[in-house]
Design a protein around this ligand. Structure first.
Ligand code: ADP
Length: 289
């Protein structure tokens, strides 16, 4: 099972080039789509989810041409949008049952079985009678996943799933996605670099509508080995350093700026070599000073 995206481009009527010649191969497992706000992640995900059309390019789920077979694709697709609204006065169980009807699960017994199993899977069984309005952010997201799994999808797309979740809820949510990805293509987008390394078998970084890097997280990190240096500097020196070096990131440590620099050649004069992580991979692609 594999999703193949070929040369996808999309320009909105206002002239924004949201996708520019995007090509990706996404196998079964967890695929992390990283990029800053406005990079084009949602546009890409909505296109894969058949909710909007691209101007150019194709998407294939195995041999199935996605844009030409929207109905077939929707049968095997689960989608959790960025903004997932729930009816606050309904219980989780009742709404999930209702959504199951809408998804065409007409047999009452089958529906009961699926709904119960999904409530267990998403750890919501104990609170199934509670109104969704009283759910925490993490519980709502898990409910969102439960509804996205109603049709036992082959492809699950989740857009920025962890925004607003505390670290514990986020971990729980990621564990759930990871379990699902054993049998499913799971694509999730995020602007938070944390966790992608541990979670994703494959990833891509997208910026300004273009895929700027793709691969396996550990391999991408390995490629930066011995090339990222760090130095504590004075605030007033920052501009000069940016002119002279490939500064990929600057941050404050105890109120003083620290710069991180990419260099193929060894650097001395106060620079120390640091062990690169996924954050450095990300910033080396995003912050092209
Ligand atoms: P991301 O999900 O990475 O934040 P989006 O796909 O939402 O990125 O947006 C990519 C770019 O396209 C942004 O510049 C955004 O403002 C623009 N955009 C998104 N949707 C629309 C739309 N319907 N009309 C016009 N511009 C849009």
């Amino acid at each position: 099972m594999k999703l193949t995206i070929n040369n996808l481009s999309k320009t909105y009527p206002n002239g924004v080039k949201a996708l520019q010649d995007v090509s990706l191969e996404i196998p079964k497992g967890m695929f992390g789509l990283l990029g800053p706000n406005g990079a084009g992640k949602s546009t890409l995900m909505r296109t894969i989810a058949t909710l909007q059309d691209a101007d150019q390019g194709t998407v294939f789920l195995d041999d199935l041409h996605v844009q030409n077979n929207k109905h077939l694709v929707r049968k095997v697709l689960g989608y959790l949008p960025q903004q997932f609204g729930v009816y606050p006065k309904m219980s989780a169980e009742i709404l999930l049952n209702h959504l199951a009807v809408l998804k065409g699960i007409t047999s009452k017994n089958e529906r009961k079985e699926i709904v119960t199993s999904l409530l267990h899977k998403t750890n919501l069984y104990e609170v199934r009678k509670q109104n969704l309005g009283g759910f925490s952010g993490g519980m709502k997201q898990r409910f969102g996943i439960a509804q996205a799994l109603l049709n036992n999808p082959k492809l699950l797309i989740v857009d920025e799933p962890t925004a607003g979740l505390d670290p514990k809820e986020r971990n729980r949510f990621y564990n759930l996605l990871s379990e699902i990805s054993e049998h499913t293509i799971v694509i999730f987008s995020t602007h938070i670099v944390d966790n992608v390394k541990e979670l994703c078998t494959n990833m891509a970084i997208i910026n300004k509508g273009k895929v700027v890097l793709k691969g396996k997280p550990l391999e991408l990190i390995d490629n930066l080995k011995g090339k990222i240096y760090q130095k504590s500097i004075e605030r007033t020196e920052l501009d000069n350093y940016k002119k002279e070096y490939t500064v990929i990131n600057d941050k404050l440590f105890l109120g003083k700026p620290i710069i991180q620099v990419y260099s193929d050649k060894p650097l001395n004069n106060g620079f120390t070599l640091i062990e690169a992580g996924l954050e450095e991979v990300y910033f080396s692609q995003i912050n092209n000073y």
